[in-house]
Design a protein around this ligand. Sequence first.
Ligand SMILES: *Cc1c(COP(=O)(O)O)cnc(C)c1O
Length: 391
Amino acid sequence: MNKKPPQGLATRAIHGSASKDAHGSPYTPIYNTTTFSFSSSAALLDVVEGRKPGSLYTRYGQNPTIQSLEETLAGLENAELAWTFCSGMAAISTLFLTYGRDGIACVGDVYGGTMELLSSQLPQLGIRTHLILGKEIDRLDELLAAGSKLVFCETPANPTLELLDIRAIAARTHAHGALLAIDNTFASPVNQRPLELGADLVVHSATKYLGGHSDLTAGVLMGSKQLLMPAWSWRKNLGGMLAPETAALLSRSLRTLAVRVAQQNASAQAIAEAMARHPRVARVLYPGLPDFPGHALARSQMHGFGGMLTIEVKGGGDAATQVADRLRLFTLAPSLGGAESLVTQPCTTSHHDLTKEERARRGISDAMLRLSIGLEDCADLIADLDQALMM
Ligand SMILES: *Cc1c(COP(=O)(O)O)cnc(C)c1O
């Protein structure tokens, strides 16, 4: 019997690729080449026609640096296959073009680029898209009955950290013969693995936790071989492949993913608790707080509560802006998941283009500050928040 013992996620993040370099390098080096040569036409055809694995052309993803990264990524979500892309949006748009052409139902708040694609660009191609809020989940059956074949959501969502029940949505989706895809960027595979909860496909902006250092842009789509093969041709010809250098950088980041996220979870929990006691903070939204509405669901579908939290400052939007501007260690910038802590005020960044009424409908107030907790000393981060909140 040649069965591998079951391994934990941290081990798989380091040893998840079976490919070994001919010179004994412990990790697949950067194959900074666009193409690969063959000893004969017969050998070339074996690869082209899929009889033998091999490298062929980098834009196809058939490059050892990219292939070993994809093997490792698939292992993190317990997926059969993973396809990498040059950005999270390239992964999401390829997913939509592969499986969303008969209609897409999007549940809850999603990333701004995804929202724009669903509400502006895809309808220009004649694709019917429907966006409902998490609290309107009962409308999902109606959308599925009307023919939507792909359900898409993010959980936890930005910036409210609202959670959606992946198991329950998967059951409803499958009852109508549709597919469920989850954007798992906020949680990372360390904290949540949607495929194990019944989802069919997972996407990540690898720009965030998977990359983890705010120095690369990449995306990934994962799922079964049956579902990923059709997406391969779309990726190949839309051309959104990531570069081998980026693939190598992302592979290096994955080796520390488990320890990074564990530390970010621990710091976020401590900061959430400190902010919940703070006299100048009206509300803290964090799945790890026992009084957070999604806490029980987080316990049942997540392995950690994550490194993202949102605080609502007393005194409204102007007070929140002042706090954001007074923070010194927290940097005012969009994005998340890096080693450095970041702060954004959703009404000035991610949700700036929505009307005040639409933000209110989504439970987003001007007084909210979204924090991405990095890897600094937690006491220093709390001290920074304390000084910025002092008025
Ligand atoms: C950043 C982000 C994206 C888009 O990723 P890019 O790598 O910037 O294209 C998609 N979904 C979520 C949840 C994100 O945070």
